[in-house]
Design a protein around this ligand. Structure first.
Ligand SMILES: [Zn+2]
Length: 81
């Protein structure tokens, strides 16, 4: 669904639960950009990272018995800058 293929550039960003490849982290940005990732269903969570979908967030929370806090894509971009 995310449709991002492994790239030679940057560091791979994977779903924290299912490990699906979501993006590449370059010097000061993600490719695709955070707003694009969230538009296709990916979810950034504070202090953890990206999940490919709300379903993986739910599975992670029940598996590890934690409640994650969402992070806005704008905040992710600000942190990368
Ligand atoms: Zn996932």
């Amino acid at each position: 669904m995310i449709g991002w293929r492994r790239t030679e550039r940057g560091t791979p960003v994977q779903c924290c639960y299912c490990r699906k490849l979501l993006a590449a982290r370059l010097a000061h940005r993600l490719e695709p950009e955070p707003r694009v990732l969230t538009a296709v269903g990916a979810v950034p969570m504070k202090n953890i990272g990206w999940f490919c979908s709300r379903r993986c967030v739910d599975d992670y929370e029940s598996h590890f018995r934690v409640i994650l806090e969402p992070e806005a894509w704008g905040a992710v971009e600000a942190r990368l800058a």
